[in-house]
Design a protein around this ligand. Structure first.
Ligand SMILES: NC(=O)c1ccc[n+]([C@@H]2O[C@H](COP(=O)([O-])OP(=O)(O)OC[C@H]3O[C@@H](n4cnc5c(N)ncnc54)[C@H](O)[C@@H]3O)[C@@H](O)[C@H]2O)c1
Length: 278
């Protein structure tokens, strides 16, 4: 029952490290940063095949979260999210680990317009339409996942995560929020289901104002319980006003262009964490 979590020292990783053991999973962490807490963690980089081989020993499944979690200059994205992602899939294949839960992102399809009408929802297999190099890297990860399923008979769920947070942080997240409890349920479902081949699934809670369909997740057994509108009730008008953008929200704005991001990156370390994980 051992599950390897890459990126175990990050926000989602730490949350899963708290919740998944109670659901019966034995965890091993892998991160370049020390974890703290009780989780057995191997310190290493996902671009290092030897470190990954050591981490994969005796593992039944991988939850791959590690990487650059927001927009960054190309060399950063390329190293962590392309090379690193490839090395994780390769290490899983070498070790005979057949199941991977991969943290993709809504930004793989960020330039997709919001569906018209208050109740319309985009399907989970909406074609890639990335809003950033980060989004491009997530679409790459999804393509890589598809390849390992078709060629090596692996089972992979790609979670197009919206906004993971304890509570919805802003107006957009009234539609895009993924609560920690629902995130744990979603990952647990993807680890457990016997219906998994290749799946694209929205990582979103049962938010009343969501733009994304739960159908693909429900087909695997994911039934989210949280709803952003219960945490911070806002008028539907405020939600839709703020969401008057493609689904990627702020990442679609000119300030997330390649030169703009590179300029901010050079300026100050603070700028590197200017935007939330996405
Ligand atoms: N948080 C969200 O709302 C959200 C939304 C969509 C997608 N995601 C995706 O989910 C995953 C986890 O997100 P998060 O919010 O926990 O991010 P995070 O930045 O908090 O955590 C990422 C972790 O990965 C580790 N890491 C980065 N590069 C690494 C490398 N080369 N080798 C080893 N470890 C490395 C970091 O040390 C960090 O602990 C990411 O892949 C992110 O793109 C998150």
């Amino acid at each position: 029952m051992t599950v390897l979590i890459t990126g175990s020292s990050g926000g989602i990783g730490r949350s899963l490290a708290r919740s998944l053991p109670a659901l019966g999973w034995q965890l091993r962490g892998f991160d370049r940063e020390p974890a703290g807490g009780d989780l057995e963690t191997i310190c290493g980089d996902i671009t290092d095949p030897d470190a990954l081989d050591a981490a994969m020993a005796g593992v039944r499944a991988v939850v791959h979260l590690a990487g650059q979690a927001t927009e960054a200059p190309w060399p950063v994205i390329r190293e962590a999210n392309l090379e690193g992602c490839y090395q994780v899939f390769e290490a899983a294949r070498r070790a005979g680990v057949r199941r991977v839960v991969y943290a993709s992102s809504n930004h793989a399809v960020g330039f997709t317009p919001r569906p018209p009408g208050d109740c319309a929802q985009l399907p989970a297999d909406t074609p890639p339409r990335p809003d950033t190099l980060y989004g491009v890297s997530k679409a790459f990860g999804e393509a890589l996942a598809r390849y390992y399923v078709d060629r090596y008979d692996m089972q992979v769920a790609c979670l197009r995560i919206g906004t993971f947070a304890e509570t919805p942080p802003d107006a957009r997240s009234m539609a895009t929020w993924l609560s920690p409890a629902d995130c744990a349920q979603l990952v647990d479902t993807c680890l457990r289901t016997d219906r998994l081949g290749f799946a694209l699934v929205w990582g979103v809670s049962a938010n009343r104002g969501r733009w994304w369909s739960l159908d693909a997740g429900q087909a695997l057994g994911y039934h989210p319980l949280d709803d952003a509108s219960q945490h911070r009730p806002e008028s539907p008008g405020a939600v839709y006003q703020a969401a008057d953008l493609p689904v990627g929200g702020a990442f679609t704005e000119p300030s997330f262009g390649i030169d703009e991001v590179a300029g901010r990156w050079d300026d100050a370390p603070a700028a590197r964490s200017e935007s939330r994980s996405g």
